[in-house]
Design a protein around this ligand. Structure first.
Ligand code: SF4
Ligand code: SF4
Length: 302
């Protein structure tokens, strides 16, 4: 196996992660976000900002809906999307004028196969002993390679002035803005202390459920079966399947419509999947070029 193949394989495999930590590996944890009970209170957004001391992101009145966060970003690690639909809540409801609001709290998916980890050249992004994906603010150099690598557009550079304990020193380094990438840490500091993440703790309806990933998957299967038996329109699990293009999400969802309706990719694939093959093809092409040039020199000298 080539080094490139090893690079693409090891970071995302749960077995590889557990073996890396040995006895210190914990059960893989994550989120099951059940959007059928989300009420759009945005308590998760606020709790995340408070706990992680995230700066405000503009306080902009979008004029598009009651959702003024709009998207995940460097300063919004949780985002509750509001989607207004002219659609009945259940399959058998015949009211053609029925309106429903879909509310889904989006977050980093803490992918099983995380392309952001594969491309980070500094090791700022790493997989924790809990199987989650975290970016270390004191190591990130702001190169931004991970930003296009994420299939969900989660990673984002912070363009606000950099906060530092010694702001008087900043002019000496020419730092006009933070420039580093920021995203959900699944509250790594809280997990280390034996606490559940701030957003799950604050959620008043238990739409955001935190726990052992295998238990959450079993719970989600039961919830989906109940909703489907009751005829809920469009109920489906998103990111629960370990056989999908990213090996399943550490933070997965029960949605009430297709993922695209929520602005989510319908069939996400780890973007580094084809890297080994691409590097192999490039190596073959480079070797052919070198042989051709040598051939030209040898032929020309006769
Ligand atoms: S959602 Fe994006 S940032 Fe989060 S683990 Fe997956 S690839 Fe990385
Ligand atoms: S787990 Fe922590 S960092 Fe991630 S969205 Fe929830 S509160 Fe924010």
């Amino acid at each position: 196996m080539s080094d490139f193949a090893t690079l693409a394989d090891i970071t995302g495999e749960p077995d590889g992660w557990a073996a890396t930590y040995g006895d210190e590996a914990e059960s893989r944890v994550g989120f099951f976000s059940d959007t059928s009970v989300g009420v759009g209170c945005k308590a998760c957004e606020v709790a995340c900002k408070e706990w992680n001391v995230i700066p405000e992101d503009g306080l902009v009145w979008t004029g598009e809906s009651y959702d003024h966060t709009s998207a995940l970003g460097a300063n919004s690690w949780r985002h509750v999307a509001f989607i207004e639909q002219q659609k009945p809540l259940r399959d058998h409801d015949s009211d053609g004028d029925a309106i429903r609001w879909l509310m889904s709290s989006d977050v980093c998916k803490h992918c099983t196969h995380a392309a952001c980890l594969d491309v980070c050249p500094t090791g700022a992004l790493f997989r924790t002993e809990f199987g989650t994906v975290v970016v270390q603010e004191d190591i990130c150099n702001g190169c931004g390679y991970c930003v296009p690598a994420c299939p969900f557009g989660v990673l984002d550079k912070r363009h606000l002035p950099r906060f530092d304990p010694s702001p008087d020193l900043l002019p000496a380094f020419g730092k006009k803005e933070d420039g580093r990438v920021w995203k959900c840490t699944l509250c790594y500091d809280r997990l280390k202390g034996g606490h559940e993440p701030a957003c799950a703790k604050a959620c008043p309806t238990h739409s955001i459920q935190f726990g052992d990933l295998d238990e959450l998957r079993a719970r989600a299967d039961g919830r989906l079966a109940k909703l489907q038996a009751e005829g809920w329109n469009g109920a489906q699990l998103y990111g629960r399947d370990p056989d999908d293009g990213v090996g399943g999400f550490g933070a997965f969802f029960l949605l009430l419509d297709e993922p695209e309706v929520y602005g989510l990719p319908p069939d996400p694939v780890v973007t580094t999947r084809d890297l080994p093959e691409m590097w192999g093809t490039a190596a073959v092409a480079a070797a052919a070029l070198v042989i051709g040039i040598l051939g030209a020199f040898v032929g020309g000298s006769r």
